[in-house]
Design a protein around this ligand. Structure first.
Ligand SMILES: [Fe+2]
Length: 376
């Protein structure tokens, strides 16, 4: 293909999807380090990285090398199309979670159906038994929060490996030297053409969604650690798929059970046989009603949905003590959607996310709903 034709292809693709802006005329997605943004790192992020020996000398963030980023959708599909072993953390944990709760100063359930905050514990201090109990708590409460955490990205990765197989994204940016620590950073999104404004705030992650639902084995525990938090706002919302299932009429529940839903990747790739046809996504069918292997409860497994306020929690990431440390949210991505509130205009927000891949989604017709199981 001539350079001219290739440029045409690039422009054609760009017009379909701003996330593909990085495709260049050599038909590669640009990988490697970003050298232009390292000086713009928020001060609290930089302090975290310096405390924990992250090497920023080559730039920040890092992407996989250009020649390893798949351009074509068939190559992207092949990255993880063989089942991997998954250890269901929390399945055999002590239901009372004595070890975890006795280590904490306090734990607060934030709403009836979703969200618990644990106070006075460093995630980095939890042993295997306590982490196992935490996995159970996350599976029951959908999302669990820890404020004032001094957490290195290396330790975050280690925790992720305990909960499942850490997802390494084929093209997403990560902390230098630490594939699997996805960088969620507004300044970087902006530089790559994904600019939000007050008028367009309901785009990207500011919509109800679950992460990586197109994977053969989508994530269970997903851990976002924010180390730079806007001075006001920037809350995230989560909703419960268990409770969403319990909201449905019995007839509709029956109708949906055993049916599948099509889930597609956020990132687009090209069709080898039709490269000018616009971006194609990795697509897989998943059960629309799914059984959580840890609790055994049924949930509605959809992305891009909405839900009632009574089955949501809205969380503000700010420290309550005025510390400059970060806040962690760990959610069970199998049973919850989330939606990031974009209300902070020109302020920056930065975090690292580690996603732990779990089982191949399934529906067990003998499983119960949450309300049925708890007698509600
Ligand atoms: Fe997300």
């Amino acid at each position: 293909m001539s350079v001219e034709a290739s440029t045409q292809q690039t422009q054609q693709v760009k017009s379909h999807n701003p996330l593909l802006l990085n495709i260049d005329v050599s038909k590669k997605v640009r990988g490697g380090f970003d050298e232009s943004l390292v000086e713009e790192l928020p001060s609290t992020t930089r302090a975290r990285f310096e405390r924990h020996g992250v090497d920023l000398s080559k730039g920040y963030p890092e992407k996989p090398p250009s020649d390893q980023i798949p351009l074509y959708v068939d190559d992207a599909f092949k990255i993880r199309d063989k089942p991997q072993e998954y250890i269901p953390r929390g399945k055999f944990a002590d239901r009372s979670k004595k070890a975890l709760f006795s280590k904490a100063k306090e734990f607060k359930h934030l709403t009836k159906y979703i969200g618990t905050e644990i106070v006075g514990v460093q995630l980095s201090d939890l042993n295997e038994q306590e982490l196992d109990e935490l996995a159970l708590l996350i599976a029951e409460r959908v999302v669990v929060f820890f404020k004032d955490q001094d957490l290195s990205p290396q330790k975050q990765l280690e925790l992720g490996a305990f909960f499942g197989n850490v997802e390494i994204h084929p093209q997403f940016q990560h902390v230098p030297g630490l594939p699997g620590t996805s960088v969620i950073w507004d300044a970087h999104f902006k530089k790559n053409g994904f600019k939000k404004t007050f008028k367009t705030a309901k785009t990207g992650t500011s919509n109800w969604h679950a992460d990586l639902t197109h994977e053969l084995q989508p994530p269970s525990v997903t851990h976002l650690h924010l180390d730079a938090i806007p001075s006001i706002g920037g809350d995230t919302n989560w909703s419960s798929g268990y409770a969403a299932y319990d909201k449905l009429s019995p007839a509709f529940q029956k109708f949906l059970e055993g049916k599948v839903v099509t889930q597609k990747s956020m990132h687009g790739y090209l069709d080898r046989n039709d490269p000018l046809g616009g971006p194609k996504h990795v697509i897989r069918e998943q059960p629309i009603i799914r059984t959580n292997p840890i609790t055994g409860w049924k949930s509605l497994f959809v992305s891009n949905g909405a839900s009632n306020l009574d089955i949501q929690v809205r969380f503000n990431w700010h420290s309550d003590t005025g510390s400059n440390l970060g806040t962690s949210a760990l959610w069970d991505n199998r049973i919850g959607q989330h939606n990031a509130t974009w209300d902070y205009e020109d302020e920056d927000r930065h975090g690292t996310r580690v996603s732990s891949l779990a089982e191949i989604p399934y529906f067990d017709p003998n499983s119960k709903s949450q309300r049925e199981s708890l007698g509600l």
